[in-house]
Design a protein around this ligand. Sequence first.
Ligand code: ZN
Length: 581
Amino acid sequence: MRLSRSFGKTLRDAPADAETASHQYLTRAGFVQQVAAGIYSYMPLGWRSLKKISNIIREEMDRAGAQEISMPVVQPRELWEQSGRADTFQPPLASLTDRRDRNMVLAPTHEETTTYMAAANLESYRDLPFNLYQIQTKFRDEARPRAGLLRVREFEMKDAYSFDKDEEGLDVSFQAMADAYHRIFSRAGIDVRMVEADSGPIGGKDSNEFVLLAESGEDTIYVCSDENCSYAANAEKAEFRKPAAEPEDVADLEEVHTPGIKTIEGLAEFLDVPISKTVKAVFYAPETSTGGEIIFVSIRGDLEVNETKLRNVLGGVEPRLATPDEVAAAGLVAGSASAIGLDADDGPRSRVKITSIVDDSVPNSPNLVAGANKTDYHLKSGNYGRDFEGDIVTDIAMAQAGDACPNDCDGHLVEHRGVEVGHIFKLGTGYSESMGATFLDEEGREQHALMGCYGIGVGRLLAATIEANHDKNGMVLPRAIAPYEVYLAGLNTNNEEVVAAASKFYDELQDAGIEVLFDDRDEPPGVKFNDADLIGLPLRVVVSVRGLKNGEIELKRRDADEASMAPLADGVAAVKAALDG
Ligand SMILES: [Zn+2]
């Protein structure tokens, strides 16, 4: 493509609201155009990249035995009522009414439609397993779209759905998709980690995320420092070994005056004890509660509550922090509260419903400083079992960098930032039950198919790749997903010899099957070099008066600091060698 004829222009400045590198560079380089909040058009350069990503995904899905289909974006709301998600999907479904007054939705995902398709075609165990996928547009009416292509409302997604006759089959299908994902990301030229993830409110057995490592990423993951250990999980899911406290004699409970002390850090400092020798109380309520119910969490002072783990402990009930009014109504003293005395006559439990949840760090730690449940007083030597108990004792703590790996190894957790680019999920029979995807097994009994679902955000993958691969001048695109492989710049466009040589070389490269963006514009060298860096193609090739004096062209990889010269006569071979790097 000749840049002089290429649609779209590079921009000197990014839009004011562009905070992330990918948003800035994709806009400045003319890859995308924003149409509305979270809604983008792909321009020619951006669409070429997107198609390359799609092609890699398609080839690997086909290779894994999945079959491509295409399902509608606009669908009847009844499908979603059948699955039970019409009113619960988050963000709420975008809806419209058609001319027959029928309620329609814009699909944010396609479990319903795929299960509908499967239900109509599935009869016998002999029909299983199968895996259906599409690469298609979805719409999610996010409240706060942001960060360019990272958090959008309309997006391209590859979604696949597997159907199996039993758990063993689902395990095989799931593994096949995990393997395909590793191949996809490797071919795209990006460094992605598979991490354990929370299965979320739908339940399901296993769930893994694929996270592209990037400092600017919004997700936190933990990876074991031991090279021989494969443990990796996202922050919501991460577990860790909590070292037992040093054994010591259990002391008598002792009330101490702690005037004005409201925080756990202040308390530890005031009493001159390590923060790990304190127990703090955190008050939650079920998200939908309008009062009269407290989820009372006790956790060691040096740990934080993981609300995803807490939600799972509560059987999927979403927790929210209790309001000051709710805390006061229970007779709890914020800043001086503990589970000691919850059951006292006229105590908190006599006033409101309380579920006491204790992190498993607490029973292992003797003689903790705890709240005395009256203003400006705390208790020394609080001991689990003797002084208080929990309705549930389990792990509800956030992992932190440096915590011991939960596996049987000597490693510790190392924190990384990243962007989620894929998610694979064992769904089980939830959708096949609600939507009637059944089959007859070997004994002629009716069974529900076991499902898995597998997603990759295609535009998100492009944006995430740029988050991980850029410098102050622009993008540094991997060859497999760059819109072109070579940025060929003819300098000194007033020189006929240069123009002729550059045009001839452009043809030669194309004849050799190399994808070239040819900067034949009448612009000064500085402009061309800046645009080459901004667009970030893997290799820049320069034809100039100075080089031609020696019969040479200049080659510079985008990811290298130094340029090199090569004879123009062997130019095509030199370009191929440089691209192969
Ligand atoms: Zn480990």
